[in-house]
Design a binder for this molecule. Structure first.
Ligand SMILES: NC(=O)c1ccc[n+]([C@@H]2O[C@H](COP(=O)([O-])OP(=O)(O)OC[C@H]3O[C@@H](n4cnc5c(N)ncnc54)[C@H](O)[C@@H]3O)[C@@H](O)[C@H]2O)c1
Length: 314
């Protein structure tokens, strides 16, 4: 099978890690790094002396089959559109686009090429068993997904909904396999002129409720998903890579809570494996255009509910 000639676009915080993965597969040739910022160009060239470093994708379009976009969100639409128009496969970091309108505008450019979106939180090994469990629990569920951290000064070009909550919106849609019918949100602008801490309540027609809190100016780092139902509590600590259970019965050893570790995996590696495999086998990538579009749609609705300060029907 022929190797995939790939460029990484954006050599910033995450681009470095994506480049490291893309350079290491047996089935890829890292052809170029595209980076307009001179200081980052120098770092890229020092890290990869044999790879072409250019400031514009146009300079290498003819020599690539695929590109990995790891640039600020505001650039995702134009870069993705340009690549799709030129029949290139695209892996675009989350969010797919800045707005739902932009994401919809990509539709005419979709073709046989692979378009994958970087919703990396799907790669937790825990979901392999839990996704089915969650979808077969009968009765109403209260689901809480929490993701917050002290301020790191990154991604302030977007609000916390686009930066962090989008991970958990995608997880909600993926793990529970259904869409909410209304949403209400409350947020705070603390350190930037954008929403820095937001709690959204997503309501489902079957009575389930998902409460997502995302914050980037908190006192501590928490990433967790909990599902409370008539069969008890499932609690996934996405930092510690553990799943804890408290069922309606005592465990054999007399305890009421049991905790199991799950395998910590390299999410970027898994995402890129899926991307290159989808290209070479003409199959569906792990997160496709529709998934990326849906996530951006609910981000836009959360923002609307924040601005309007009321519960929105979806
Ligand atoms: N999946 C995840 O968990 C995760 C984590 C962090 C960031 N991200 C996403 O990755 C993307 C980049 O984030 P980051 O933290 O690396 O940002 P960053 O600011 O550290 O890096 C972005 C790089 O892109 C370069 N750039 C800007 N415009 C460009 C263009 N038109 N062409 C080529 N390069 C350009 C910048 O000079 C910079 O070097 C964002 O979309 C972000 O949401 C995803």
């Amino acid at each position: 099978m022929e190797k995939v000639n790939v460029a990484v676009i954006g050599y910033g915080h995450l681009g470095k890690w994506h480049t490291q993965k893309a350079a290491a597969f047996d089935n890829t040739n890292l052809v170029a790094i595209v980076e307009p910022f001179e200081q980052n160009q120098k770092i890229a060239q020092a890290d990869y002396p044999d790879v072409k470093v250019v400031s514009d994708i146009a300079d290498v379009l003819d020599s690539i089959d695929a590109a990995i976009i790891v640039t600020p969100t505001s650039t995702h639409f134009e870069l993705t559109k340009n690549l799709l128009q030129n029949k290139k496969h695209v892996f675009c970091e989350k969010p797919l686009c800045s707005t739902y309108g932009e994401a919809k505008d990509l539709e005419p450019f979709l073709g046989a090429q692979v378009l994958q979106v970087g919703h990396s939180e799907r790669c937790h090994q825990a979901w392999e068993g839990l996704k089915d469990t969650f979808q077969t629990i009968t009765g109403k569920k209260t689901i809480k997904i929490t993701r917050y951290a002290p301020f790191k000064g990154r991604a302030t070009d977007v609000d916390v909904v686009q930066d962090l909550m989008i991970h958990d919106i995608d997880l909600m849609l993926y793990l529970f396999g259904k869409k909410p019918s209304s949403v209400s949100s409350l947020g705070h602008k603390i350190r930037t002129d954008k929403w820095d801490h937001v709690t959204s309540h997503f309501f489902f027609d079957d009575g389930d409720e998902v409460i997502i809190t995302s914050g980037r100016n908190h006192v501590k780092e928490v990433r967790a998903l909990e599902v409370m139902s008539e069969v008890g509590c499932h609690y996934v600590d996405l930092f510690a890579n553990t799943v804890s259970y408290a069922t309606n019965e005592q465990f054999d050893d007399g305890s009421y809570v049991q905790t199991q570790n799950y395998e910590k995996r390299d999410h970027l590696l898994l995402e890129q494996k899926s991307f290159f495999n989808a290209i070479q086998t003409s199959s569906k990538p792990m997160v496709d255009y529709t998934d990326g579009l849906n996530a951006v749609y609910f981000v836009s609705k959360v923002n609307e509910s924040l601005e309007e300060g009321k519960r929105l029907t979806l």
